[in-house]
Design a protein around this ligand. Structure first.
Ligand code: GA4
Length: 325
C-alpha cells in the first residue's frame, strides 16, 4: 500500500491511501438459512473465513431498496445540509474522517445508535426506513446466532443470540456512501481506500450493499480478495467479541473497502453488540476440558473504550491476549 503522491487532480484526497486491485474471489461460502445443513455450514465458514454470504434470509428486498433510496437522498443533499447531522461523536454524519485517531477514507457515512427515531435529525420518512430495516436485520442476526449456537452445540442454545436480543444490547448501525472518484484513472490502475482494513469489534455484523464492488476480505494466508457484490443477499462478519466468546474458534475477519472510479457504493451494516456491562469470556460449553482461555476477562464497555482509542488497522484484541501459556 502507498500514500498517494499528488497528481494535481487528486489534491483533495491526497491523505487517503491507495492500493492495487486484487482478484475476485469465487470461494466465499454461500449459505441458505433455511437449509438443514445451515448450522454446520455457518460454523465451518466462521472458522475458516469469519465471513459468509447469506441467501434465503427472509428479509424483504423492498426494505433494503427503500433504505438505499432514502440514504442516497440524504447523501445527495448539499454538503452544508449533511454537516448539520454531524460530527459523528459518536453518532451522526461523518465525511472522510473515521474514528477519532486520524484514520481517513474516501467515504461519507451516518453512524446511528439502536434508536434511529431519536438519534437523527433527518426527515421522518428516512428515520422510519432505518427503523424498519434495523428491526428486520436484528431479527435476522438473532436467527443466525441461534442457528450458529445449534451448530456449535452451545448450552443453552440462545447463549449467543440472547446477547443481541437483550433490550440493553449495544448494537449500532452504519450507512456508508463511497462516492465515485473519476480522477482515480490518473493513478494507473490503483484504487483509493474507502474504508481501511480492520476487524469489527462487536459479535456479528450484517452487511448489505448495492451492486457495486469494493468489499475485500483478508484470507488466512493473508491475501486480500474481492467479494463479488450481491444486492439481494447479506454478508455476515464474525466480530472480535465472537472470537473471544468462542475462545478463538471463530475468527473475526479483516476486511476493507476500495472506492471505485465510476460507480458509487452504498452499504448498510448492522453491528450486533452485547450489553455494555456484559463480560466477554468464552462460553463454558464451548471449552474443551483443560482448554486455556486465550483472552483476559473484560466487559464490552472496556473493549469499546479501548477500541475508541485505537487506529482502524490495529489488532485490538492483542491488548487482551493471555500470554501466560
Ligand atoms: C469498525 C466497525 C464499525 O464501523 C464501528 C467503527 C468505529 C467508528 O467508525 O467510529 C471505529 C472502528 C469501528 C474500530 C476502531 C475505532 C472505532 C473507528 C475506529 C478507528 C462503528 C465500530 O464499532 O468500530
Amino acid at each position: 500500500m502507498v500514500v498517494l503522491s499528488q497528481p494535481a487532480a487528486l489534491d483533495h484526497c491526497s491523505l487517503i491511501k491507495t492500493c492495487k486491485p486484487t482478484g475476485v474471489f469465487t470461494g466465499i461460502p454461500v449459505i441458505d438459512l433455511k437449509d438443514g445443513e445451515a448450522k454446520t455450514l455457518i460454523v465451518k465458514a466462521c472458522e475458516e473465513f469469519g465471513f459468509f454470504k447469506l441467501v434465503n434470509h427472509g428479509v424483504p428486498i423492498e426494505l433494503m431498496t427503500r433504505l438505499e433510496a432514502e440514504a442516497l437522498r440524504f447523501f445527495n443533499l448539499p454538503q452544508s445540509e449533511k454537516d448539520k447531522a454531524g460530527p459523528p461523536t459518536p453518532f451522526g454524519y461523518g465525511n472522510k474522517r473515521i474514528g477519532l485517531n486520524g484514520d481517513v477514507g474516501w467515504i461519507e457515512y451516518l453512524l446511528l445508535n439502536n434508536n434511529p427515531l431519536t438519534s437523527l435529525n433527518t426527515p421522518e420518512i428516512f428515520r422510519y426506513a432505518v427503523k424498519e430495516y434495523m428491526e428486520a436485520v436484528k431479527r435476522l442476526a438473532i436467527e443466525v446466532l441461534e442457528v450458529m449456537g445449534d451448530g456449535l452445540k452451545i448450552e443453552p442454545r440462545n447463549a449467543l443470540s440472547g446477547l443481541i436480543r437483550d433490550e440493553k444490547s449495544d448494537s449500532c448501525f452504519r450507512l456508508n456512501h463511497y462516492p465515485p472518484c473519476p480522477e482515480l484513472q490518473a493513478l494507473s490502475g490503483r484504487n483509493l481506500i474507502g474504508f481501511g482494513e480492520h476487524t469489527d469489534p462487536q459479535i456479528i455484523s450484517i452487511l448489505r450493499s448495492n451492486n457495486t464492488s469494493g468489499l475485500q476480505i483478508c484470507l488466512r494466508d493473508r491475501t486480500w480478495v474481492s467479494v463479488p457484490p450481491d444486492q439481494t443477499s447479506f454478508f455476515i462478519n464474525v466480530g472480535d467479541a465472537l472470537q473471544v466468546l468462542s475462545n478463538g474458534r471463530l475468527r473475526s475477519v479483516r476486511h476493507r473497502v476500495l472506492a471505485g472510479s465510476m460507480k458509487s457504493r452504498v452499504s448498510m451494516i448492522y453491528f450486533g453488540g452485547p450489553p455494555v456491562n456484559q463480560k466477554i469470556v468464552p462460553i463454558p460449553s464451548l471449552m474443551a476440558k483443560g482448554e486455556e482461555r486465550l483472552y483476559k476477562e473484560f466487559t464490552w464497555w472496556e473493549y469499546k473504550n479501548s477500541a475508541s482509542k485505537s487506529r482502524l488497522g490495529d489488532n485490538r484484541l492483542g491488548l487482551f491476549e493471555n500470554k501466560t501459556q
